[in-house]
Design a binder for this molecule. Structure first.
Ligand SMILES: Cc1cc2nc3c(=O)[nH]c(=O)nc-3n(C[C@H](O)[C@H](O)[C@H](O)COP(=O)(O)OP(=O)(O)OC[C@H]3O[C@@H](n4cnc5c(N)ncnc54)[C@H](O)[C@@H]3O)c2cc1C
Length: 455
């Protein structure tokens, strides 16, 4: 089988694959996707895929470009801030942004995936399910496929292959054979399990609906994101080893006791906790960096395949969707000059995906250890006050990443400058009212240049 140059083969119908398919179809390219899993619209979604995601500006922008945002709006719940739960059950709400327009959006991964696959097929992309890419011939561009139902192996010639096959990408595995291919993967010592808070008897949410709930407990953390059916998708983060770890919490009674001690208000809302915990596999979290992302104009890595990041900034898919926008914009700019498009894509994106990878690791410590800290809360208020006074100069790092499309590398650099400023400005103050505005003005005008804020 020989595909025409206008035909693009995607590996993976996870989140980026079908969105990229829609964007490519809009520009007239033929698209075929090969996905190793069965079609989740017809068979039960496997464990480990029910996590909710926080969708924000970058992801939404790409969905707008694909004409899909209105469709997604129906399946999201806006979250206006973090709701922190202390052991004693006290709640502290901390807004994410400066007003109600700056929210992040909870969406079920499975629902998003299904909506994207439907949209890709409606626009003429073909998805082949239960087809695992088991190899890729870098010289000829042939991909090997294994039918997961009967083990049959086939080979498919391609002109352009894009690996949208996630953090354990098969296409990337082949690229490891290239001379001077750079690759690093770094696992956290922490894993995660998915749990659920069921809806109330009338289908109502049993916690504040428009918030991301966090139970920060030093080196442990539980979070909960709302679903449209009244449930909350929870994620428990624990170390793999040691005291209070996935290795030590294996007995049902110990797990229940642990929850009752550490997360008592959540525990009361989780009647199925014992079964949920036992049934949920423990997932690992990895940061992957590699280069090059492409082999001439024949193959490219995109999304987690090129740059898996840990989930603590809520940016993995936002970043992957931004990849899709960027790639298609370059295709429009440079016609079908694939070698050039791929090279420019990597040049534009790599510096930024490296930056968000580093910020996501930083954010892990912040969420676990610092969100409950009084000084941290003062600092967040000071950031918002500075933004209100200097909107084009001082935008909090979280907002630059989440509510704007400022390149991640710029957010990282400016964020570091602002962090130093905040240390100086918040030293010894407990209230935003005590901020030394004269000093703030001096530091901001000295160290920050105006930002170009895109809609
Ligand atoms: C616990 C957790 C929480 C997260 N929370 C957020 C969040 O709040 N916000 C956010 O933006 N991001 C979040 N993420 C990150 C986000 O899930 C990923 O960045 C995103 O799924 C990456 O999309 P992708 O298309 O690159 O890969 P995936 O969504 O992983 O899709 C890859 C697809 O390729 C298929 N595949 C794999 N190998 C093969 C093969 N050999 N042949 C054929 N098909 C193959 C897979 O079955 C899958 O369907 C989170 C991740 C985790 C683990």
């Amino acid at each position: 089988m020989k595909s025409s140059p206008e035909k693009v083969t995607l590996i993976g119908a996870g989140l980026t694959g079908p969105l990229l398919a829609v964007l490519l179809r809009q520009r007239g390219f033929g698209v075929e996707i090969y996905e190793r899993r069965p079609d989740m619209r017809r068979v039960r979604v496997s464990a480990g895929r029910s996590i909710n995601l926080a969708l924000s500006t970058r992801g939404i922008h790409a969905l707008h470009q694909a004409g899909l945002w209105e469709r997604m709006r129906r399946i999201i719940i806006p979250m206006k801030g973090r709701m922190m739960h202390s052991v004693a059950g006290e709640l502290t709400f901390q807004p994410y942004g400066k007003d109600d327009t700056e929210v992040i959006n909870s969406i079920s991964r499975a629902e998003l995936n299904i909506a994207l696959m439907n949209a890709a097929e409606e626009r003429g992309a073909v998805i082949h399910f239960s087809q695992r890419c088991s190899g890729y011939e870098l010289k000829t561009g042939a991909i090997r496929l294994r039918d997961e139902n009967n083990g049959e192996e086939t080979s498919l010639e391609t002109d352009v292959v894009i690996g949208c096959d996630g953090s354990a990408s098969a296409i990337r595995t082949e690229m490891l054979k290239l001379n001077r291919f750079n690759f690093s993967q770094r696992y956290l010592d922490y894993g995660y399990k998915e749990l659920t808070i069921p809806a109330g008897t009338n289908g109502e949410h049993r916690l504040e609906k428009n918030a991301l709930h966090i139970w920060p407990r030093g080196n442990l953390m539980l979070i909960a994101l709302p679903n449209i059916d009244g449930t909350f998708a929870c994620i428990l983060f624990l170390p793999f080893e040691g005291k209070d770890s996935f290795a030590s919490l294996t007995m049902r009674a110990t797990v229940l006791q642990f929850f009752e001690d550490r997360f008592p208000d959540a525990f009361r809302l989780m009647p199925e906790l014992g079964d949920n915990y036992a049934a949920s596999p423990t997932g690992a979290m990895v940061t992957v960096k590699c280069s090059p992302w492409h082999v001439e104009g024949k193959s490219l890595l995109l999304g987690d395949a090129a740059h898996a990041i840990v989930p603590f900034f809520g940016q993995g898919i936002n970043c992957g969707f931004e990849d899709c926008s960027c790639l298609v914009e370059l295709l429009v700019q440079h016609g079908g000059d694939w070698p050039r498009v791929f090279a420019e894509f990597e040049k534009e994106r790599k510096i930024n995906t490296d930056a968000i990878a580093d910020m996501a690791i930083e954010s892990f410590t912040e969420m676990r250890d610092r969100v409950a800290d009084a000084q941290f809360l003062v600092r967040k208020k000071v950031e918002l006050a500075l933004e209100a006074m200097y909107p084009a100069l001082f935008v909090p790092k979280y907002a630059m990443v989440t509510f704007h499309r400022i390149p991640y590398s710029v957010a990282l650099t400016r964020g570091a400058i602002q962090d130093r400023m905040l240390v100086e400005l918040c030293d010894g103050i407990d209230r935003v009212e005590d901020l030394d505005w004269k000093l703030a003005d001096k530091l901001i005008r000295r160290d920050l240049t105006p930002l170009e804020l895109q809609p």
